[in-house]
Design a protein around this ligand. Structure first.
Ligand SMILES: N[C@@H]1[C@@H](O)[C@H](O)[C@@H](COP(=O)(O)O)O[C@@H]1O
Length: 254
């Protein structure tokens, strides 16, 4: 992408701490779901969203929100794992789909064992198009700026695809596994899905992400830092806690 493309100021909400950030994202998700109960939602595996998922479960249990009519599509998944018991799907089942009793028929997971993964990507794209697009994507930010598994250098002009994982993702991704795991390839929704989504929430917490958050805000939109796509979205919002926002200067908030 040429350096000439200018981004816009990112719509931003800065929360006091991780708990407030998680509550804020849960509020936005509930608001969206109430407006359209049969929304197609895309939620991320990873540590950023775990508390948000607990809050959504609490709210579903209290009847404040109802996920029974909603549909779900996977954001990303590791490929070629010898042991799949700790992959993104397992994480989502454990932390969201099972606790909230989501009907399995309403979840479109990536079939990582499909004979033809390119065809599988097209089939996931079709699922999304057939549902009229994704209504809401909740995203986390990788330490290298990735969104889903859209790694640095990947085009913004693609839908679901198979990707080679960046060395940072290979290393940081170890945190999801109880033993050392070879992470070489992944399958992910593409940045075009992020552009097309009716609402995008990027949720980032913690000091460890402060530097990459600064780059997302202060670099020109570029394939090298996929998170910079937030500067190009009309329907995007970044929800930060104070730690993740601590390196930012001059950010105007909601
Ligand atoms: N592929 C996942 C992303 O979908 C996730 O949102 C992001 C942040 O992860 P975490 O929330 O664990 O920091 O990186 C992971 O590698």
């Amino acid at each position: 992408m040429g350096a000439k493309i200018e981004g816009k100021p990112i719509k931003t909400i800065i929360c006091d701490d991780f708990e407030a950030m998680s509550q804020c994202s849960a509020d936005l998700i509930c608001e969206s779901l109430k407006a359209k109960p049969d929304s197609l939602l895309c939620l991320p595996a990873g540590s950023s969203a775990t508390r948000t998922f607990q809050i959504l479960k609490e709210r579903a249990d209290s009847g404040e929100v109802d996920f029974s009519e909603a549909y779900f599509v996977s954001l990303d998944e590791w490929l070629d794992l010898k042991d799949e018991s700790e992959n993104c799907t397992a994480f989502m089942l454990q932390n969201f789909y099972n606790p909230l009793n989501i009907d399995k028929n309403k979840i479109r997971l990536f079939d990582i064992h499909a004979e033809n993964l390119e065809e599988e990507c097209k089939s996931v794209d079709k699922y999304i198009f057939d549902h009229g697009g994704i209504d809401l994507m909740l995203l986390g930010l990788g330490m290298n700026g990735h969104l889903g598994l859209n790694e640095p250098g990947e085009s913004f002009d693609s839908y679901a695809k198979v990707v080679t994982l960046d060395t940072v993702t290979q290393q940081v991704g170890q945190k999801y596994f109880s033993k050392s795991t070879d992470l070489t390839r992944g399958i992910t929704l593409g940045v075009r899905h992020i552009f097309d989504s009716k609402k995008v929430i990027l949720q980032v917490g913690g000091m460890a992400k402060a530097d990459i958050v600064k780059k997302v805000y202060e670099s020109k939109p570029s394939f090298e830092i996929p998170g910079t796509v937030m500067q190009l979205l009309d329907n995007g919002v970044v929800v930060l806690d104070r730690d993740a926002a601590s390196s930012l200067e001059n950010v105007s908030c909601e």
